[in-house]
Write a protein that binds this ligand. Structure first.
Ligand code: DOR
Ligand code: ZN
Length: 426
């Protein structure tokens, strides 16, 4: 019988409205007890004095790149990066090569995670359409049977409203949520950054916020007309937040995420033409950043997902127009959010932890995200006062593409455990 006793930390478990000094006992991979004082002389003890003790973070949107793009990331490096970032469950998008649009690829991802993964739980997300090309539905039922937890064409929107409607109906039949990359690519029209004063000044083609907002509105309305649920990925604008808030107020079954970079950076960061600021949807304005934070505070936005999108240096060390979109996000996610949401006094620690644990877990029905007795023994220990400088050379991820390089943030992941077993320790 394996026992792990985490002593003397500040345990925050939003699902149980808990925030206080507690010991935590994990036995045989599951949470066995959380109490002010636990005596377990036969357990392996870890001193968590001065540290936060949280449910392992849950990421419902990342890119692990395997199969096919192992030069950007693979399941071994991606799950190591996840563990280093405090994540114990991650859901990987289907834009691999081949695309995860059938049971064989879904099963491969799970097997590979078991063979070479860091121990972090990997949940594949299947494609909505075959090859992500928007023409024909993927084998959704077979992917569900092989372990898919949702479907999404992320990286691309589902262009046809009719196809999205079919997908919402068909996926619901298998009780799988549809995750929408909501952007109207005709409206994006080759834009590489947010359209506005900054894009004008820099002479870069802008993408109007309406490209996102029109798609968010469409995706919600199509789902609402069917009475089906829909999840909106990587919300980045004030208008999108308001559309989702309004939809929730009238009872639509919509959930939504934003990503750490929209909470920590703006289009002003593009000023030096750093290709690492290129991401889809693009970094927006300060007003949008604050609106996303307000959305997390009032529940218009349900959760934070990393959209960890590692790329090879060769795809980023090119001029802005040619650079791949995406930010390597696992290893900076918590610190960006802790610094910009909690230290900046917009969210309490418990509110932030909720949006990175039980809230995302609930959207996809994943185990974990809480320290309830009987829950998976997934836990992360974080030093909330430690300031550190982002140095991608030290990332576990192969993707060194981060615009946050050289900046100082607060909140450092010390140890990560999955089912009571260490998967990361500094
Ligand atoms: O910036 C992005 N990168 N946005 C996406 O939607 C896809 C992702 C990727 O796969 O690189
Ligand atoms: Zn996306």
């Amino acid at each position: 019988m394996s026992k792990l006793l985490v002593r003397g930390g500040r345990v925050i478990d939003p699902a149980n409205n808990l925030d206080g000094a507690c010991d935590l006992l994990i036995e045989d991979g599951l949470v066995a007890a959380v109490a002010e004082r636990i005596d377990a002389p036969d357990a392996q003890a870890v001193d968590a004095a001065g540290l936060l003790v949280l449910p392992g973070l849950v990421d419902i949107h990342c890119h692990l790149r395997e199969p096919g793009y192992e030069y950007k990331e693979d399941i071994a490096s991606g799950t190591r990066a996840a563990a280093a970032g405090g994540f114990t469950s991650v859901c990987c998008m289907a834009n691999t090569h081949p695309v995860n649009d059938c049971a064989a690829v879904t099963a491969f991802i799970r097997q590979q995670a078991g063979r070479v993964g860091s121990g972090v739980r990997v949940y594949p997300i299947g494609a909505v359409t075959k090859g992500l090309d928007g023409a024909e539905l993927a084998e959704i039922g077979e992917m569900k049977a092989a372990g898919a937890v949702a479907v999404s064409d992320d990286g691309r929107p589902v262009r046809s409203g009719r196809m999205l409607r079919l997908a919402l109906q068909y996926a619901d039949y298998f009780d799988l949520p549809v995750l929408c990359h909501s952007e109207d690519m005709d409206l994006v029209d080759g834009g590489v950054m947010n359209e506005g004063e900054m894009s004008t000044r820099l002479g870069l083609r802008g993408a109007t916020r309406a490209a996102e907002e029109a798609a968010v509105a469409r995706d919600i309305l199509i789902a609402e007309a069917l009475g089906k649920r829909v999840h909106i990925c990587h919300v980045s604008t004030q208008g999108s937040v308001q559309l989702i808030r309004d939809a929730k107020a009238r009872g639509a079954r919509v959930t939504a995420e934003t990503a750490p970079h929209y909470l920590a950076a703006t289009d002003a960061w593009v000023a030096q033409y750093d290709p690492n600021t290129r991401v889809n949807p693009p970094l927006r304005t300060e007003q949008d950043r604050l609106a996303c934070i307000a959305g997390l505070a009032d529940g218009a936005l349900d959760c934070i997902a990393t959209d960890h999108a590692p790329h090879h240096a060769d795809e980023k060390k090119v001029e802005y127009l040619l650079a791949a979109s995406g930010i390597s996000g696992f290893e900076t996610a918590f610190a960006l959010c802790w610094t910009h949401l909690v230290e900046a006094s917009y969210l309490t620690p418990g509110e932030l932890v909720r949006r990175m644990t039980c809230a995302p877990a609930a959207i996809l029905g994943l185990p974990g995200g809480t320290l309830s007795v009987g829950a998976p023994g997934d836990v992360v220990l974080i030093d909330p006062a430690k300031r550190w400088v982002v140095d991608p050379a030290r990332f576990q991820s192969k993707g060194k593409n981060t615009p946050f390089v050289g900046n100082t943030y607060t909140g450092c992941v010390r140890r990560t455990y999955v089912a009571g077993r260490p998967v990361w320790g500094d």
